[in-house]
Design a protein around this ligand. Structure first.
Ligand SMILES: [Zn+2]
Length: 204
């Protein structure tokens, strides 16, 4: 038999959840929602020692239809220490003009997923798509280098999780940054790779 306390706690929980989904849908006050899926782990901001976000943060509307793939045009990194240092530099650079690092996730040469900006916060990296996309950046330069299999596997796993949670649309589309803007990003070799993915689409 359920006690009155349990019923009350369930009520509070339901209240919290409904408020939370409204918050995400309204695209207003940010409430950080961690990404949690079975079989997915990532390095959180606290581990790479992110600086706090500056105002003003806006939520993306869920589910998100587009995913953009980037490269950082920097050195590759192969462990948490060096990847963290690279990501801190990118954040510092982006925070000179924006409130936080532009990428929602970064993929290290170590095959680890690093949390960038909180996954449901609006970015500023792809003109015309910032309100409807998530950005994932491969750390390194993939003009001539081929991204490693563990980097690809990590990204595929991340996409599976985002789609499983309905955070991105079931029929989400993957693009390279160059599909939307005049840029070499994400590098020829990484661009060739993502074009083989079933979700890859050219932008109309
Ligand atoms: Zn890019």
């Amino acid at each position: 038999m359920r006690s009155k306390v349990t019923v009350f706690l369930n009520f509070i929980f339901a209240l919290f959840c409904s408020g939370y989904s409204q918050t995400l849908n309204r695209g207003s006050i940010p409430v950080k929602v961690p990404l949690q899926c079975t079989g997915l782990s990532y390095i959180p901001r606290s581990v790479w020692r992110a600086r706090p976000e500056k105002p003003t943060i806006i939520n993306l509307r869920i589910p998100i239809p587009h995913v953009f793939i980037h490269h950082t045009s920097s050195e590759t990194c192969y462990d948490v220490e060096s990847c963290s240092s690279t990501i801190r530099k990118i954040q510092m650079d982006h925070q000179q003009t924006k409130h936080d690092i532009g990428y929602h996730f970064l993929i290290g040469g170590d095959g680890q997923i690093y949390e960038g900006r909180v996954w449901h916060y609006r970015g500023f990296i792809v003109d015309n798509y910032n309100t409807k996309s998530i950005s994932i950046a491969f750390i390194g330069d993939y003009t001539d280098d081929i991204p490693s299999e563990n980097m690809i596997a990590a990204t595929r796993n991340l996409l599976r999780c985002l789609s499983e949670k309905n955070y991105i649309k079931q029929e989400f589309e993957v693009h390279g940054h160059r599909d939307a803007e005049s840029t070499f990003c994400p590098g020829d070799k990484l661009y060739q790779q993502i074009q083989t993915w079933p979700e890859y689409r050219l932008i109309d």
